[in-house]
Design a protein around this ligand. Sequence first.
Ligand code: NDP
Length: 463
Amino acid sequence: MADEYDFDLFVIGAGSGGVRAGRLAALAGQRVGMAEEYRIGGTCVIRGCVPKKFMVYASQFKKTFEAAKGFGWSMDNIRFDWPRFQHAMSAEVDRLSGIYMRNLANAGVEVIEERAEFVDDHTLRLIKSGREVTAGRILIATGGAPWRPDDLPGVERTITSNEIFHLKELPRHLVIAGGGYIACEFAHVFSGLGVETCLVYRGETVLNGFDFDIRTEVHEGLKRAGVRVITHTIFESIEDSGDPDLPHKIKLENGDEITADVVMMAVGREPATHGLNCEAAGVELGKRGAVIVDEHSRTNKEHIFALGDVINKVQLTPVAIREGHALADTLYNDNPWTFEYDNIATAVFTQPEVGTVGMSEAEARAAHTDIDIYKTRFKPMKSALSGDDTRTMMKLVVRASDEKILGVHMVGPDSAEMIQAIGIAVKKGVTKSDFDRTCAVHPTAAEELVTMRQKFIPEAATA
Ligand code: NDP
């Protein structure tokens, strides 16, 4: 690209997608600039997947200690120290952010730690310094931000997943609004840490959009974990309760009232395009402010691109990374490719966790007339001695005509680890007979996946 611009590529946002695209472009010899207003690493590293997983680990120990008794262990005086854990967690987040920073520097990316906004379609203003930079190509990778309903009276009393990692002390009573990934994961985390936890969901069964057996299993699992689950209602208002220990009074639309010291909104995320001044660049935005792109991450402007959560397609870190990789290869490595959005394996870190890939039973039945279901639910071996009530559910969705496995859905210990490997097979078009011909690994939970022989017949059909 001609030297008429300061940079060949300027990336707005140093999260998973922006970092991957910017680093590969720089390694391919491009002059790359990158602006980040918060911290290098984006939501995943700084206030998402990574610290969340540490919290999941922290919250699992209580149950593990209890389970250990069934295996002959005895222990006294076990306590959890929230500030000590928080310190360790943030030290690790700092370390990872530092690695991101070093990798960018080593690749030759100029990282500018301030907010950028468009001046025109080749120019950006850096807000803190007032500096203006120009670029031949621009990548919008600003991610997403938690959404809160502004018209909810008392919404300023609530926090989101951005703040949950920085609480000074553990809540006494946490109330969470929502029934998606974030609400379910954090309900388990805090309940596991011994916090009285309540989840308020507007629907019937949490995890809308997932296979129904996963939803039922997770919904019942929340209740088994001690979470109070209130359905079919939403917050009407949040006011001062007058009680310094539980200062927030939440009024629900069903007439119930709950008091809490921490109230968390987990009702979805929205693309972070506010204040980016996309209009000045003529970049078209769609629903909820998402940047509209084609399959090559290109906006309506030939030289402006967008990827990751800001396009509001699939809000998952590995998807943003792949989109960023495809863009850099396409533009700078003479290797054009696009990310395939089918069969993305994913996990929800409830306790136990969810692993899923491919079509739900409902999606498969809507698309095909000949669907077979194989399903099992069992007590994992560890629970036999620990005496806990954990159960594992596994389900295969199969197209009968060619035995192709269209979906695999699991809830149970280690499901996230298993689904990554199964995802390879499903992506390759594995069939039920391939599963049947695969020798089991014994004794594991995973062996159930290759030993299910009996088609599941719904009770109604056998009555
Ligand atoms: P989700 O879209 O998963 O869930 C939002 C929840 O809020 C749903 O239960 C929804 O209800 C409810 N809701 C939406 N609007 C309202 C409203 N006005 N009033 C009351 N309830 C409402 O969003 P999350 O914030 O949980 O997560 C955002 C995204 O982040 C996820 O989609 C996921 O892609 C990603 N993520 C991934 C993780 C992982 O990979 N493990 C972990 C965390 C996040 P309804 O079901 O009725 O629509």
